[in-house]
Ligand binder design. Structure first.
Ligand SMILES: CSC[C@@H](O)[C@@H](O)C(=O)COP(=O)(O)O
Length: 340
């Protein structure tokens, strides 16, 4: 196998356990400032998740697992820690998945040391899953292709390497991807601030587009795939992801561009039958009414700020997980890979 540049250049590890506290690279400040936050109790980890200092479905789950292990070390009430963390954000199922995994270990009598090892395992498994998905996803892309991605699904959003951005890293290294576009991802600008920061650090040439330029880009013929991550994938293959994914999927279908969703099995929620049942997080209107804390909209104006949407399975060409690829997702194909 070719050694990918991403395997050598991908050094960003935004969630780091330091023996008695959790260090998080504050994603609210990037790329202007690389500042680390030190979380020393579960409440601080919960606040970091809620306020988006740490974000991206897998990274949220990993941070929460460390939050539980930290509570155990401090002999804090574990039921309270689990409940507090669970309420931090509603849509990314990786959060609930990681907490359920920790809860199971607690129920089995695990001590603080064992819970620290479990949190480390969750983090290590995510990194390994990302590398595997990178290979699998890149294998679907014809050499010479252009791709468009949305939000940030890279090292910042995971244990490292990334989901959709991992496929892009692997695809660029294998010369399958020759053009990369990233959408800004209003209102929080994960694409502009975070994805472009990761790509520039890796030396991967990429162009930022306004979210509203996506259909025009697809019409030009420059992209053959839209590649995105996921916050929760229902049992029928419907995908909840960053707001704007659904409209990219519709535009992709119209233009004959394919849609790939890349997510570890910790993002699969077989207990939720369809995307209709997924809770969509609504965040404060102020995120839309200004940019970088500066008000840009007239005082008195209101805004509606759902931060995820659901893309129906029928618009998706491939779901890539570390367990394998599901092409044209269906209930049966999902059950065959993930059980019922
Ligand atoms: C590997 S990250 C996958 C998703 O979590 C990502 O696409 C996304 O929607 C992140 O949303 P965010 O609100 O920034 O946490």
């Amino acid at each position: 196998m070719t050694q990918t540049p991403s395997a050598t250049h991908d050094t960003i590890r935004a969630v780091q356990w330091r023996g008695d506290h959790l260090c998080l690279l504050d994603q609210r400040l990037l790329p202007a400032e690389e500042r680390w936050i030190e979380c020393r109790d579960t409440a601080q980890v919960t606040a970091a998740i809620r306020d988006l200092a740490v974000r991206g479905a897998p990274a949220i789950g990993i941070a929460a697992a460390w939050g539980v292990a930290m509570a155990a070390r401090q002999q804090a009430p574990l039921d309270d820690a689990l409940a507090m963390l669970r309420a931090a954000r509603p849509t990314a199922v990786n959060l609930m998945w990681a907490l359920d995994r920790m809860k199971k270990r607690i129920a089995a009598g695990a001590d603080a040391e064992a819970l620290l090892r479990e949190a480390q395992a969750i983090q290590d498994e995510d990194l390994a899953a990302n590398r595997r998905m990178g290979e699998l996803g890149a294998g679907l892309i014809a050499p010479g292709s252009g791709v468009l991605t949305h939000c940030n699904t890279g090292s910042l959003a995971t244990a490292g390497f990334g989901t959709a951005l991992g496929v892009i890293r692997a695809g660029v290294a294998a010369d399958r991807i020759v053009r990369v576009y990233a959408g800004e991802t209003r209102p929080w600008l994960q694409g502009a601030r975070l994805t472009m920061w990761e790509l520039v650090r890796d030396g991967i040439p990429a162009q930022l587009i306004a979210d509203s330029a996506a259909s025009h880009l697809m019409k030009s013929g420059a992209v053959q795939w839209v590649i995105v991550g996921a916050d929760r994938i229902a049992a029928n293959g419907d995908v909840a992801n960053k707001i704007g994914t659904y409209q990219l999927a519709i535009a992709a279908k119209y233009h004959g561009v394919k849609l790939m969703v890349v997510a570890p099995s910790s993002t699969i929620d077989m207990a939720t039958a369809t995307g209709e049942e997924i809770e969509i997080e609504l965040r404060d209107a102020t995120e839309l009414l200004g940019i970088a804390g500066r008000r840009t909209v007239v005082e008195g104006a209101q805004a509606w700020n759902p931060v995820f949407d659901v893309t129906p399975a029928e618009l998706i060409d491939a779901i890539v997980t570390e367990r394998g690829v599901i092409e044209r997702p269906s209930v049966l194909a999902m059950q065959a890979m993930f059980g019922s």
